[in-house]
Design a protein around this ligand. Structure first.
Ligand code: ATP
Ligand code: FE
Length: 362
């Protein structure tokens, strides 16, 4: 089963071809990534310190067909070799999602192939099946620029949210802190680099919601506290020194790492209660999982709970089209496809995908 995937929900224009083995009516991983083209738009948005939806939509529209051509030629295939075309149909910036859905429909219709609209979050959630052939059920921590959730992945379309951020996603908080203290965009990698020479103990930042039971998190208050700490230092000295920035970044990163590890530990305990017979596995996905300090504290939490932690390779942690092609393959193997009238959904919670995919955009 060979699927062409398209991703354009944020600031990466991506296309990929993935091959899945079939066992009965199910796709069996790991899948084979025949090609994966990702054209990042960071440079276009960097002057604005964040993603500008209009610019993103235009760039996607300009580059998507070239991106699809590149993915096919990298895979040394033509559309004759493709069984289905999948595209992110949400959640995301509506202009970009529309560009991808329209491109996918156009390609599929012209080639006489079925089309599938895929939930971007399902793409992230199923990536461990693409990379490692992970079996259901498993616990997933998705931490990215737009999302932060702990999900029990019980089967295809069976996602139970155990908790998550009630306000900002950690990636967004990293990006905003970076912008506030004059670091580049995207902020996450900049903050991590800067934190390397910092002392996390200099600033006492809060761990919001840690004192409350459950797996919900909050990063907005932490972000504000970090900004205030920066302002207080800057005011006294007429600006921040490199050491101020390093210490602040280190303190912020430590607070995020500790919060994520503690809440994830609680989710692991719940997962074990719900699935006493399942192998205890936690998969971590999303761009923030690239952070070494966060990875290490999650690994420690997993080890303490007797869980195995797996994280897809970095390239597949951040936005890409291979994960969309894979999610499309899993859905298509089960006999699903979308109608030509499927729309783009700016919001599309993961735990709602259990509903039939056909017409989901209506
Ligand atoms: P979503 O997938 O939720 O729609 P997104 O596309 O912005 O959001 P990703 O591409 O998965 O998310 O990840 C990008 C985010 O990850 C950015 O906010 C970025 O700052 C953050 N990030 C990337 N590398 C690091 C790092 N080393 N440390 C912390 N954050 C990081
Ligand atoms: Fe994403």
């Amino acid at each position: 089963l060979t699927v062409l995937g398209i991703e354009s929900s944020c600031d990466d224009t991506a296309a990929a071809v993935v091959r899945a083995a079939l066992r009965g009516e199910a796709a069996e991983g790991p899948g084979e990534i025949l090609s994966s083209v990702v054209w990042g738009q960071s440079a276009l948005h960097a002057p604005f310190g964040g993603v500008v939806p209009e610019i993103a939509a235009r760039a996607h529209a300009e580059r998507l067909d070239l991106c699809v051509e590149a993915a096919l030629s990298d895979a040394q295939l033509t559309l004759d070799d493709i069984d289905a075309v999948a595209a992110t149909a949400g959640p995301g910036l509506i202009g970009g999602v529309l560009s991808g859905v329209m491109t996918a429909k156009g390609v599929a219709f012209a080639a006489g192939l079925p089309f599938l609209g895929v939930n971007h979050l399902e793409g992230h959630a199923l990536t461990p099946r693409l990379t490692d052939g992970l079996a259901w059920p498993y616990l997933l921590l998705l931490v990215s620029g737009g999302h932060c959730q702990l999900v029990s992945v019980d089967g295809l379309g069976e996602y139970r949210r155990l908790g998550g951020s009630i306000d900002d996603a950690p990636g967004e908080a990293f990006d905003k802190l970076a912008r506030h203290i004059g670091l580049g965009f995207p902020g996450g990698p900049e903050v991590e680099r800067t934190a390397a020479s910092g002392d996390a103990r200099r600033f006492a930042l809060p761990r919001p919601l840690l004192d409350r039971p459950g797996c919900d998190m909050s990063f907005s208050g932490l972000k504000t506290a970090a900004r205030r700490a920066a302002d207080a230092v800057a005011e006294g000295r007429g600006g921040l020194t490199a050491q101020d920035r390093a210490d602040l970044c280190a303190a912020f990163q430590a607070a995020v790492a500790e919060t994520l590890a503690e809440k994830t530990a609680r989710a692991m305990a719940r997962f074990r209660e719900d699935h006493p017979d399942a192998a205890p596995v936690i998969a971590v996905a999303g761009g923030v999982a690239a952070n070494g300090a966060i990875r290490r504290s999650l690994e420690a939490a997993a080890a303490a709970q007797g869980f195995t932690m797996t994280a897809p390779p970095l390239k597949l942690c951040t936005d890409n089209a291979a994960m969309i092609a894979w999610a499309g393959a899993e859905r298509f193997a089960r006999g699903e496809s979308s109608g030509w009238d499927l729309g783009a959904r700016p919001r599309w919670p993961l735990d709602e995908t259990a509903a039939p995919l056909v017409g989901a955009g209506r």
